[in-house]
Design a protein around this ligand. Structure first.
Ligand code: GUN
Ligand code: ZN
Length: 445
C-alpha cells in the first residue's frame, strides 16, 4: 500500500467555531500563505507555509497564488430529478408541483435517463464547488441506484434517498406504503455507508404520504438509526392548510412528523418558512436541522426564512444553506448565500460573509453529524476543497484588484462578500475531491 502525499499552497479560509455565536477572531481561521498536506485523500497537516514547509522539504506544492481555498461546499437540500425543469413559471408551490414536477420526475423510470441527468447534475455541483449534497432522487429505486453509482465513481460523499409518496400525486408516480418501505430498506442495505455514501429516508412531505407510509418511514429510522430523515416542512401557506386538513389531529405541521418518530438529530427539514415559535423550539429540542433555501423561497414566493430565530441562543436549531434546485434557481452556493444575505436584510437582520460561508461548510457538516469527516481543514478530515478565484469575472476583478490576498480579517470579510454577491461557478475555479482535481465534464451538453 503506497502512500501518496500531496501539498497545496494558497490562502486558506475555514472555521473552527460558529460565527453566529463567536467573534470572527474566535471562529474564523485564515492563513494568507498556507500549506495543506494531503495523505491518501485525507488532510495530514495544515498550517502556515513558513512553519510547515520545512517538515516537507522534498514535497513540491501545487500552488494557487492569489486564490482562496475553502472547504468543499455542502448543499443541504437539492432534487437531482428537477435539474431539467429549473426556472419554470408557476403560481407558487402546489401549482408548480402539478404543472412540471411530477411529469419531469416520471422520466426517472428510465435508468438511462437517470444516469444522464445524474452525471450532468454532479458536473454542475462540482463546477460550483459543491462536494457534498443531501439529494432527493425520484420515487423509482433505479433513480437512487443511478445517482449513487455516478457519485461513487467520483468518490463523492453524498447523501440521498428514494422519494416515498403514496397519495396526492399522479398514479404513475405513486408507490405504496409497503413497497416504499421495502424499496428503501433494500437501498439502505445496498448503499448506506458504501464508501462515502449515506442514505436518507425521504418521504416527500406530509401531503403525499399516508399515515401508513409515515409510519413505515419511522420504522426504517428505528431499524437503521444512523440513516438520515429528509423531507419538506412548512414551506408554503396553502401547503400548510392542506396538511392541517389531511392531519386534523395534529396541532401543527411539525407534529405530523413528530407523531411518526421522524424528528431527531439526523432529520433535515427543507424550508421551515412559516414555523411557529413552538415548532422552532421543538426543532431545537430534537436537535434537528433546517435547510435554508433562499433562491427557492423567493422564486416560488414561499416567504422569508427567519434565520435569526433558528440561530437564537435560547433555542438554537441546526441550519445549513441549500439550493433546492429545481425550486431553487441556481446550483451555486455562492449565489444562494447572496440571496440568504438579502433575505435576512429584508427582515432587518444582518448576515456576514463569514456566517454565510459557515452555513455552507462547517455549519452544515455539524448539522449532518459529519464534522469528524468534512467541513474544515482539521487533520484527519477528508480533503474535499474548492479553489476560489476572486478575479474570475470583469466586475470581480475590478472590485478586488490590488486586494488579493486579503491581509486582515476585515479585508477578508470584504473580499468574501464580493465572492458571495458577484461570484458563481466561474469563481469556483477548481474543485478537489480527496485531494484529486475533479473538473467539470459536461461532454454531452
Ligand atoms: N414540497 C414537496 N415537494 C417539493 C419539491 O419538489 N420542491 C419544493 N420546493 N417543495 C416541495
Ligand atoms: Zn425541495
Amino acid at each position: 500500500n503506497q502512500t501518496i502525499l500531496k501539498a497545496f499552497r494558497s490562502a486558506f479560509l475555514d472555521f473552527v467555531g460558529d460565527p453566529f455565536y463567536q467573534t470572527a477572531e474566535e471562529s474564523v481561521r485564515y492563513i494568507p500563505d498556507g500549506l495543506m498536506i494531503v495523505e491518501n485523500g485525507k488532510i495530514k497537516a495544515f498550517g502556515s507555509y513558513e512553519h510547515l514547509q520545512p517538515q516537507y522539504p522534498n514535497l513540491e506544492p501545487i500552488s494557487y497564488p492569489e486564490k482562496l481555498i475553502v472547504p468543499g461546499l455542502i448543499d443541504l437540500h437539492i432534487h437531482y430529478p428537477q435539474t431539467e425543469m429549473i426556472a419554470s413559471d408557476s403560481n407558487q408551490l402546489l401549482d408548480w408541483l402539478e404543472k412540471y414536477t411530477f411529469l419531469t420526475e416520471s422520466k426517472f423510470k428510465d435508468p438511462e435517463y437517470c444516469r444522464q441527468i445524474a452525471e450532468f447534475f454532479l458536473d454542475e455541483l462540482l463546477g460550483n464547488g459543491t462536494t457534498t449534497a443531501v439529494v432527493l432522487a425520484a420515487v423509482f429505486p433505479q433513480s437512487v441506484d443511478a445517482f449513487f453509482e455516478a457519485a461513487n465513481a467520483r468518490n463523492l460523499r453524498m447523501i440521498a434517498g428514494k422519494v416515498m409518496m403514496d397519495r396526492q400525486a399522479p398514479e404513475y408516480l405513486l408507490d405504496t406504503a409497503k413497497s416504499s418501505y421495502e424499496d428503501s430498506q433494500q437501498l439502505i442495505e445496498k448503499w448506506h455507508k458504501k464508501d462515502r455514501l449515506l442514505y436518507a429516508v425521504t418521504p416527500r412531505f406530509a401531503i403525499t404520504s399516508t399515515p401508513d407510509q409515515l409510519q413505515f418511514a419511522g420504522k426504517l429510522l428505528e431499524e437503521y438509526p444512523d440513516v438520515y430523515l429528509h423531507t419538506h416542512l412548512s414551506e408554503n401557506l396553502n401547503e400548510i392548510k392542506f396538511v392541517a386538513e389531511l392531519f386534523p389531529d395534529s396541532l401543527d405541521y411539525l407534529q405530523v412528523y413528530e407523531r411518526f418518530g421522524l424528528v431527531g438529530k439526523r432529520s433535515i427539514f427543507a424550508h421551515g418558512i412559516h414555523l411557529s415559535d413552538s415548532e422552532f423550539q421543538r426543532l431545537s429540542e430534537h436537535d434537528s436541522t433546517i435547510a435554508f433555501c433562499p433562491t427557492s423561497n423567493l422564486f416560488l414566493g414561499s416567504g422569508l426564512f427567519k434565520l435569526h430565530q433558528a440561530k437564537s441562543r435560547e433555542y438554537p436549531v441546526g441550519v445549513g444553506l441549500a439550493t433546492d434546485v429545481g425550486g431553487g434557481t441556481s446550483f451555486s452556493l455562492l449565489q444562494t448565500a447572496g440571496e440568504a444575505y438579502k433575505v435576512t436584510h429584508l427582515q432587518g437582520q444582518n448576515l456576514s460573509g463569514f456566517q454565510a460561508l459557515f452555513l455552507a461548510t462547517l455549519g452544515a457538516a455539524n448539522a449532518l453529524s459529519l464534522d469528524d469527516k468534512i467541513g474544515n481543514f482539521e487533520p484527519g478530515k477528508e480533503a474535499d476543497f474548492v479553489v476560489f478565484d476572486g478575479q474570475a469575472t470583469p466586475v470581480l476583478n475590478l472590485r478586488n484588484r490590488g486586494k488579493i490576498p486579503p491581509k486582515t480579517l476585515e479585508e477578508l470579510a470584504d473580499f468574501l462578500l464580493t465572492l458571495i454577491m458577484l461570484g458563481d461557478d466561474r469563481a469556483a475555479s477548481e474543485t478537489y475531491i480527496l485531494g484529486e482535481r475533479l473538473g467539470r465534464k459536461h461532454q454531452n451538453y
